[in-house]
Ligand binder design. Sequence first.
Ligand code: PGA
Length: 249
Amino acid sequence: MKRPVLAANWKMNNGPTAARTFMNTFLASYPPRADRTIIIFPPAVALTTVASATANREDVLAGIQNIHWAEKGAFTGEISAPMAKDAGARVVLIGHSERRHIFGETDAQCAKKCVASSRAKLAFMLCVGETIGEREAGETERVVTRQLREGLSQTANLISADLLIAYEPVWAIGTGLTASAGDASAIHTVLRSELCQMIGTKGDEIPILYGGSVNTENAAGLLAAPEVDGLLVGGASVEPASWLTIAQT
Ligand code: PGA
C-alpha cells in the first residue's frame, strides 16, 4: 500500500483561536511519522495559524479548502492560489461536493482551479462523487469518471502535477451513511484505471482518498480496503481527540 494520506476538512469550523488550540493539542500527541502524510484544511482565515504550527513538520501539511482560478483582480471575497501559497498552503482542495452543490461550482470551474493550483506549484486534491439520485440510477461510474476527466482536462502538465483524488459520495457526507469498504474499493478501482488511461503508470502513484462520514470506528476498515490510499474526514476531524485517533489509524 502507498503511504496513506489522512486529511482533515474542517469546513466552516475552527477559526484562528480554535485552530491554534487544536494544533497545540494535536501536535503535542502526534510526533513526526514518516509512514503517512497528514493534511489539515482549515477555513482560510486560520490558514496561517495552521501553517505556522506545522512549519517544522514535513509530515503535516496545511491546505486551503477553495481557491479562485485567477491570480489576482476584482473578485471580492476570493483567494488565489499564489496567495494561498504565500499564506502557507501546500495543498488545494478542489470541487468538494459542498462547493459543487451549495455554491454551484461546475466541472469547468474545477478544471480552471486545477490549472491555477498547478501553475502555483501547489499540490491539489480533486474531489468527485455521485448524489443519491445518480447512485440509484446506476450512474455512479459515469458521474465520477466525468468529474475526473473534466476536472483534469485543462491541466497541461498532468504527469508532473502533484495530484490527489478524493472519492466522496455525496449521500455519505455528513449523513452518518458510509460507503462500504467494498463499494469504496470498486469506485477507487474505476478511478485508478481512468487515471492510468490518462497518464500511464503515473496514474498508479496518485493517492485516492475516501471521504464521507469517516469516524474513529470505521476509519481502519476503510483504510485497509484495496485502492483506498487515505481518508478525507469532515465532522470527525474538527475535534483534536477524534482526529488524533484517525490520524494514527
Ligand atoms: P464528513 O465530511 O466526514 O463530515 O462526512 C467529509 C467531507 O465532506 O470531506
